[in-house]
Design a protein around this ligand. Structure first.
Ligand SMILES: O=C(O)CCC(=O)C(=O)O
Ligand SMILES: [Fe+2]
Length: 250
């Protein structure tokens, strides 16, 4: 898909898929590392919900792994993201999301809308992305998306969810799915007994967004920042700190 087609697809349907944005062997190396990071008890404090065994989100990956840096600053992705959010986009957070065998489907939701009015803004406030670190399949918990739902300009109600038809976005590892923050979506159920879905989730916001309001996000440590290439530094310089409490409100 060309950049132009990707932008048009996201505008129309609320999401787009960029296939094979990194080679599969690179995704495999990342998968090995991310399963290790999730299994390391030292990282449990950075889980979104330490009590959810079957669906684990690990925040602060940017400090734990350098392989994700290339994804955060990926030129093809940034071109799409900048079209919607402007040149001075910022990284919200990069986190890994592991859907384990027998994990139930997640709730269908829109992203980062807790501070927004019921009638959501026409201007996009966030573009989210999820890198397929393992292949995404219908069975292993591929992300579900409700096409066109960003045009509704509201959070999905219970009846919206009951009446909507989420579609799983499947793809080879190394592919990346992008969506508008207002697009209704959620993680799929993993109906297998032995297949693990690993993803790298990277959220981008415009410079006017109050990132301090995002729960669970971790700072980029100064020593991490110092090692980064300049194009990546430009995306994260607003969230450099030694401790989470120094820059986030909760
Ligand atoms: O894990 C998934 O497939 C979806 C995660 C999600 O809802 C998000 O990253 O906003
Ligand atoms: Fe989400």
């Amino acid at each position: 898909m060309s950049q132009h087609d990707a932008i048009e697809h996201l505008e129309t349907f609320g999401y787009c898929l960029i296939e094979d944005a990194i080679p599969a062997p690179q995704a495999d190396a990342m998968a090995e590392k991310y399963f290790q990071l999730h299994r390391n008890p030292a990282n449990r404090a950075a889980f979104q919900d330490p009590n959810d065994e079957l669906y684990q989100t690990l925040f602060g990956v940017v400090n734990l792994d350098e392989m994700c840096w290339e994804c955060i600053a990926h030129p093809q992705v940034l071109q799409v993201v900048r079209h919607f959010l402007g040149d001075n986009v910022r990284l919200g957070e990069a986190c890994t999301k592991w859907v384990k065998p027998r994990a139930p489907q997640g709730g269908i939701h829109s992203d980062s809308t807790h501070d927004l009015p019921a009638r959501l803004p026409e201007t996009p406030w966030m573009i989210n992305s999820i890198w397929m670190i393992t292949d995404f399949t219908v069975e292993n918990g591929a992300t579900l998306v409700v096409p066109f739902s960003h045009h509704a300009r509201r959070r999905p109600s219970a009846s919206d969810i009951a009446e909507s038809h989420p579609v799983p976005i499947c793809g080879r590892r190394g592919s990346v799915l992008l969506w508008h923050g207002g697009t209704w979506h959620g993680q799929g159920a993993n109906t297998t007994d032995d297949q693990h879905r690993m993803a790298l989730n990277i959220a981008y916001y415009p410079p006017w967004w109050n990132l301090m309001r995002e729960g669970g996000h971790q700072p980029v440590f100064p020593e991490t920042f110092a090692r980064m290439p300049e194009d990546l530094q430009a995306l994260v310089r607003h969230k450099v700190a030694k401790r989470r409490a120094d820059i986030y409100e909760f």
